[in-house]
Ligand binder design. Structure first.
Ligand code: BGC
Length: 349
């Protein structure tokens, strides 16, 4: 069967190749791929900066934002042929660490977790894939292709849960939130924040186009300048750019007792020790919490499914700005200015 594969660590090796049918060791549920979303992590893997092949293999099947249709439910009771499913990305480490032992693989302590399409397990960019029934999530059939947005929504659902826990450390009734970065994660964060009744502000570089329209369609305020020019002190900032300057400005702009949740992953920084000291002082003097958040466990996958099921379909559908065929996967990885979520479609719904 056809699959989009890459040799991790070697830029320029991504290709649409032939691979064997999925191995039964990957799970009893056999699924036909419908679509797979592309994100910055995939781009990094293709550029040779991230990603690990399964032990003993020289290549990795790419893709962790899945959507598929069950072709053979196997012996598992909970699924039937034709069900739309999405695969959980991370698997617990084999030790397991205390967090993985209790099902919190998103909080793995020892880094020995594996991730489909990213770290040591083949991903979902193949015509067919297998999965363990306990790691397959049924998608509301009325979502159709929009089910491919479930994985990025889980990342926001987890961050949101952690913010709520942290907020309980003292009296805290957040009124407003600033989201930096209007990519898929930022826009899904804006959606969930508006569902929670917060005044939502989103900041990005674009001055017009689909991102601006999507923010305004939520009743939220769009900003295109610097974080330090927004004119208010947010109770909560969800940082989705991973850009050093945006992070530093966010720490300075955050209101007293506020939470800065870092969800973007960037590389390189020019921050010097003196700047770090100023940033730390700003956080200390205002009781700020800076928290990183990655991945999601089954509770967050369930919650994300609820969020998507409640969301306006027409708004969600505008997040998918391009759908390409598997043979054109390289174009999917090249970001266009108005791209939000680009999806590779393997079969019709
Ligand atoms: C994925 C996460 C994963 C992270 C780090 C992100 O793109 O959405 O599931 O944990 O990359 O590998």
């Amino acid at each position: 069967m056809k699959a989009i594969i890459v040799e991790p660590g070697k830029p320029g090796t991504a290709r649409l190749g032939e691979v064997p049918e999925p191995d039964a060791s990957q799970g009893t549920l056999l699924v036909e791929a419908v679509a797979v979303g592309v994100c910055g992590t995939d781009v990094e893997i293709v550029e040779g900066k991230y990603g690990w092949a399964p032990k003993g293999d020289d290549h990795l099947v790419l893709g962790h934002e899945s959507l598929g249709r069950v072709i053979d439910p196997g012996p598992s009771g909970g699924f039937k042929k034709g069900d739309l499913v999405v695969g959980i990305v991370r698997r617990p480490d084999p030790v397991p660490c205390p967090n993985c032992a209790v099902g919190e693989w998103d909080m793995c302590r020892n880094g020995l977790y594996t991730e489909r399409g990213i770290k040591e397990i083949h991903g979902f960019m193949s015509e067919r894939w297998r999965i363990e029934p306990e790691y397959a999530i049924k998608v509301d059939p009325s979502l159709g292709l929009l089910g491919v947005l479930l994985e990025p929504t889980t990342v926001v659902a987890k961050a949101w849960e952690h913010i709520a826990y942290i907020g309980r450390r003292s009296y805290w009734e957040p009124e407003n939130v600033l989201i930096t970065g209007a990519g898929p994660i930022g826009l899904l964060a804006a959606l969930i924040a508006s569902m929670h009744g917060l005044k939502v502000h989103v900041l990005d570089r674009m001055v017009s186009g689909p991102k601006v329209n999507l923010v305004r369609a939520l009743g939220a305020t769009y900003h295109s300048g610097k974080v330090t020019d927004i004119g208010f002190e947010p109770d909560l900032i969800m940082e989705c750019t991973g850009v050093g300057q945006v992070i530093a400005d966010s720490i300075h702009q955050l209101g007293a007792n506020g939470i800065l949740c870092l969800a973007g992953i960037g590389h390189g920084s020019t921050a010097r020790m003196a700047e770090m000291t100023d940033l730390a002082s700003a956080a200390v003097l205002r009781n700020n919490v800076i928290v990183g958040s990655v991945n999601a466990n089954k509770r967050h996958w369930f919650k994300a499914g609820q969020h998507l099921a409640r969301a306006d379909r027409s708004w969600l559908s505008k997040l998918i700005t391009r759908v390409v065929a598997p043979q054109d996967f390289l174009s999917a990885l090249q970001r266009q200015p108005d791209d939000i979520k680009v999806v590779i479609q393997f079969s019709a719904l």
